[in-house]
Design a protein around this ligand. Structure first.
Ligand code: EPU
Length: 334
């Protein structure tokens, strides 16, 4: 397979970081993907997979081969009158899939409207918003196993899907996602418990399309459009702390925003912690912190991956100094 050389990836990552791929190819099928991987292995090139580029921080140069996954396809298999399995190519756009499923009358993805990126990236970080995660509807993920070079199917229960975590994050470089199968149901209950959503829908009868529209409104009200202000969504995870730690924190900071999490632990709103540490709306020459949502770092003037990392470290340090809480970076640094 022929690779392009020295390809500029600025337009292919939502942080708009200027980065050059020493070698690059786009693959539209499993066969093309296999042949790209075999060529890379023969030339001893390391492989980096690019989807929608919405959760990655790129270096100035990527030595090795960047493979852009452009495997398309939507197949719907009816399970019964109101349930269907959607098998979707990894290179399809996530939000277009959400709109497609709604146009067919299926529920399950409405809370995940407007999340940037591709379908193949969804299980990698178990995308989640407004009380729903992709894990809730995901049945299987088809992957190319980079050792055997065979396509295999991994079941939801084998994927260790947790809060922004998965087997794919634990074992990077082992698999490449080729398609994802989601089970959607026309009759399942809508999930509208998340405060922001409840407020927007209050008092009205609503269906799955109304929920999707409310999510779109909520996101547009606080998250910057990456085409206008380059960003990678939430830059840090919301930290999980013990009940004891939360107790100590609430004594000192009675307004601290927290929610119950699994295993009797609590999730803190990282955006609030960063805001209280004084960073909301901060900006240096190249990069900064969004004025409406402190969890989002922005690249307003040709910042590099190193500029972003150095700001992230300063924020981590000041949040730790003030609250004794570690912020973990959610975006993936290459
Ligand atoms: N908050 C502040 N100041 C801020 C930001 C937030 O006080 O600068 C407060 C809000 O007022 C709210 C709470 O913190 O009371 C939580 O904020 P928000 O509802 O905006 O959600 P989040 O916890 O900051 C998470 C996800 C988002 C997802 C939203 C909605 C993570 C890391 N992020 O953000 O996901 O859209 O919930 O469910 O879990 C993403 O992953 O890229 C992403 C955008």
């Amino acid at each position: 397979m022929l690779f392009k050389t020295n390809v500029d990836l600025t337009a292919l990552n939502t942080m708009a970081i200027s980065s050059i791929a020493a070698k690059y190819c786009e693959v539209e099928s499993l066969e093309q993907l296999k042949s790209a991987v075999i060529s890379a292995q023969q030339q001893n090139l390391s492989i980096f997979i690019l989807g929608g580029g919405s959760n990655v921080i790129l270096p100035v140069i990527i030595e090795g081969l960047v493979i852009q996954i452009a495997i398309k396809g939507r197949k719907i298999t009816k399970v019964n009158d109101h349930v269907a399995d959607f098998q979707i190519g990894a290179g399809e756009n996530w939000h277009e899939l959400v709109l497609f499923s709604l146009s067919k009358g299926y529920r399950g993805l409405e809370n995940l409207s407007l999340i940037p990126g591709t379908v193949g990236a969804a299980p990698i970080q178990n995308i989640g918003a407004y009380g729903v995660e992709v894990k809730d509807s995901l049945i299987t993920v088809n992957v190319l196993d980079l050792e055997s070079l065979e396509e295999i199917s991994l079941h939801n229960k084998d994927l260790n899907l947790g809060y922004r975590s998965s087997l794919f994050k634990e074992k990077p470089g082992k698999y490449i996602v080729t398609s994802v199968t989601l089970r959607l149901d026309k009759e399942t209950d809508l999930k509208t418990n998340y405060g922001d959503l409840t407020n927007r829908l209050q008092g009205n009868a609503f269906n799955e399309c109304d929920v999707s529209n409310a999510v779109i409104e909520a996101r547009n009200s606080k998250l910057p459009d990456y085409k206008v202000i380059p960003n990678a969504g939430s830059f840090f995870k919301n930290p999980i702390v013990s009940a004891e730690k939360l107790n100590t924190l609430t004594t000192q900071f009675p307004n601290i925003i927290h929610y119950p999490a699994a295993n009797s632990k609590f999730k803190l709103a990282a955006g609030w912690l960063i805001q209280e540490a004084g960073w909301k709306g901060y900006s240096n020459k190249e990069v900064g912190v969004h004025k409406n949502q402190a969890l989002v770092l922005i690249n307003h003037n040709n910042g590099s991956g190193a500029d972003i990392l150095s700001l992230a470290k300063e924020i981590q340090k000041s949040v730790n100094d003030k609250f004794c809480v570690e912020l973990e970076i959610e975006s993936v640094f290459i």
